[in-house]
Design a protein around this ligand. Structure first.
Ligand code: ATP
Ligand code: MG
Length: 405
């Protein structure tokens, strides 16, 4: 079982490359399901066929589905929402508004990820190709299961105990509505279990990999670097970078100017994602819509010999977590970057603003630092033959205590 997630900034070509990849897998005999967690129904547009919540045949060995988050939303979230709606209604908010207010932004996409797991567990497909929402959302959501688990394990049991103890007292005082009912806790625990399952599945490098789609422009490349850092930190394996909409060289000065600018960006992209294959897709004269056009895209993405499932790369040992940050007891942070192929004496690292520039045998890799580390100073570093370890120390507090008020 393989799961391949496609992410990137808005409009860069996630849907197109996801659909092309799914087709290539199916054409190679891998039973594949292509699904979109995007609430805009663009997957159907790319395939030039209407999609529903039921898997539909697209090509031999390929089915596609548009995850209907609204239905799932109703099912999973019903208890939680019922409580919140009730509470707001009692507070004088009219029921329709209360209903709207309890729809949390981003929950749709979390539920779509739950659907990915459910479909994977059905066991009907050998590969799931997922067209994800744009970068920022997907990332936040991918990190959510862990944050929620922490909350539910550390904070929730205490709150639940308190709520149980308080309920009879509140009832006597006529304020029973102020205490969350037990069914709410049950619903959240159930949701948490399912999310933990999603996290296990998507965080398992033997099962899931993420492909970053970008266009060779400075702003897009910078966002992709941040995404890569964050994905690595959360433990998601990135196995491919797709540079889309590359202008063919030549032509009039306007086009030549763009081609030259893109060539510079592509070089920077190769530096930033050293060790990962970067595949280029030319800017086409027409939108690649429909199965035939998407097969053409797949031919460029996966040249002869390239495994669309990324199996060739997993075998090469790229499954190890590339980047980890550890909080040390002393208050310092230790950034650990796996450099399995590097040789001692050929590794160098330097801080440049928000980036860490790592040089291995003359190859530069620019790594955007996670937010916490950007506010720290580098106080030491070493390479032990396997991984680079850089020590960061928090700088002086930006808001000195007692200066407010
Ligand atoms: N290489 C290309 N050449 C020409 N057109 C392309 C290319 N790649 C994608 N397109 C077109 O660009 C548009 C956006 O592509 P796509 O829908 O795949 O991007 P996306 O990242 O999924 O966007 P969104 O963030 O809105 O979901 C589509 O109309 C698609 O057909
Ligand atoms: Mg899309």
């Amino acid at each position: 079982m393989r799961i391949v997630l496609f992410t990137g900034k808005g409009g860069v070509g996630k849907t197109t490359t996801a659909a092309a990849t799914a087709l290539r897998l199916a054409d190679g005999g891998v039973k594949t399901l292509l699904l979109s967690t995007d609430t805009a129904h663009s997957l159907g547009d790319a395939l030039a066929m209407p999609l529903t919540g039921e898997p539909a045949d697209v090509a031999p060995g390929l089915q596609a589905v548009q995850v209907d988050t609204q239905v799932r939303f109703e099912r999973v979230w019903r208890d939680v929402q019922a409580y919140l709606t009730d509470l707001l209604a009692r507070g004088g908010v009219d029921p329709i508004t209360a209903d709207e207010l309890t729809v949390l932004p981003g929950v749709d996409e979390v539920l779509a990820l739950l659907a990915v797991r459910e479909l994977a567990l059905q066991g009907a497909w050998d590969a799931l190709v997922v067209d994800c929402a744009p970068t920022a959302e997907t990332l936040r959501l991918l990190a959510l299961p862990e944050a929620l688990t922490w909350y539910l394990q550390k904070v929730f049991p205490a709150q639940r105990r308190i709520a149980r103890g308080m309920r009879p007292i509140a009832a006597v005082m006529g304020r029973g509505d102020a205490i969350p009912p037990d069914s709410l806790f049950e619903a959240l625990l159930r949701l948490n279990d399912e999310l933990a399952g999603v996290r296990r599945l998507l965080g398992d490098p033997a099962v899931t990999s993420v492909r970053l789609v970008l266009t060779p422009e400075a702003v897009v490349a910078a966002e992709s670097r941040r995404t890569f850092t964050a994905l690595a930190l959360y433990g998601y394996r990135v196995d491919l970078v797709v540079a889309n909409r590359v202008f063919p060289a030549g032509g009039d000065p306007w086009r030549a100017g763009w081609a030259a600018a893109q060539a510079r960006q592509l070089e920077a992209v190769r530096d930033s994602f050293a060790g990962l294959p970067v595949r280029e897709l030319a800017y086409r004269a027409v939108e690649p819509v429909g199965v035939d056009a998407l097969r053409d895209v797949a031919d460029c993405l996966y040249p002869a010999g390239a495994d669309p499932a990324g199996g060739d790369r997993a075998a090469a040992g790229s499954a190890a977590l590339p980047l980890q940050v550890e909080a040390l007891g002393s208050g310092d942070y230790l950034l650990r970057l796996a450099l399995p192929l590097a040789v001692r004496g050929e590794v160098d690292a330097a801080r440049a603003g928000d980036d860490l520039v790592v040089t291995v045998a003359g190859n530069r890799r620019v790594l955007t630092l996670p937010g916490t580390l950007r506010r720290c100073a580098v106080v030491g570093g070493e390479f032990d033959g396997r991984e680079l370890q850089v020590r960061f120390r928090p700088g002086p507090a930006p808001w000195p205590a007692g200066s407010v008020g």
